[in-house]
Ligand binder design. Structure first.
Ligand code: URA
Length: 216
């Protein structure tokens, strides 16, 4: 079977609601941050469905032993927020994945060339090949940052099929690049918007996610 990029847009009322709040230009930073946190939480919930490793065991209820499923603590789980804006999705993700290690990756986009450059890399030299990796980056626009992040991760042993990207808005240029280089990867997004303008912004999108999260 040939692998392909999977992009899920969960049809969930909470995700739709918080996306609408985030898109609204009248939403102030404190509410925008809350909306992105909620989107991080619900999209991570969806992404974890067939991704978090579990083990089958038995527990003793007050009345009798019964079969049980637990999260497998032996399999490493990592969250990689792409700074700055990926930090906005981290809190919601972290509440659902409290044992995950957090590896920050700072990428800044040159506003003229739209090329990313890395200013902070806290990734380990090598990941265990079983590691489940969840990348948080709200806006997949031209694909520059997410492709740079995937290159850093895969050269350290991360398996694309065990990787989930959680974003808020995804656009065709980024999805096409991911699809070409990382079939088997899965993206969870609140929506897909069709247009990236010549400044690299998604239209309608929600503007500059980092600026709106941090009030800058
Ligand atoms: N980054 C953002 O914050 N917004 C966009 O629309 C594109 C990239």
């Amino acid at each position: 079977m040939t692998q392909q990029l999977l992009v899920y847009v969960p049809p969930h009322p909470l995700i739709k609601h918080w996306l609408a709040v985030a898109r609204d230009v009248a939403t102030p930073p404190v509410l925008f941050r809350a909306a992105i946190t909620e989107l991080g939480r619900w999209l991570t919930y969806e992404a974890a469905r067939d991704w978090l490793p579990t083990l089958e065991t038995t527990v003793e209820s007050p009345l009798a032993p019964c079969p049980a499923t637990l999260i497998d603590p032996q399999v490493p789980v990592a969250v990689v927020p792409i700074l700055r804006a990926g930090l906005g999705l981290l809190e919601g993700a972290q509440t659902l994945l409290p044992l995950a290690k957090i590896y920050h990756l700072g990428l800044v986009r040159n506003e003229e060339t739209l090329e990313p450059s890395c200013y902070l890399n806290k990734l380990p030299e090598k990941f265990d090949s079983e590691t489940r990796v969840l990348i948080t980056d709200p806006m997949l626009a031209t694909g520059g940052s997410i492709m740079a992040a995937m290159a850093e991760l895969t050269k350290r042993g991360v398996e694309p099929a065990l990787t989930r990207i959680v974003c808020v808005v995804a656009a065709p240029p980024a999805l096409q690049k991911l699809s070409a280089d990382y079939p088997g990867l899965t993206v969870y997004s609140a929506t897909i918007d069709g247009v990236v303008n010549d400044k690299g912004y998604i239209v309608p999108g929600l503007g500059d996610a980092g600026d709106r999260i941090f009030g800058t």
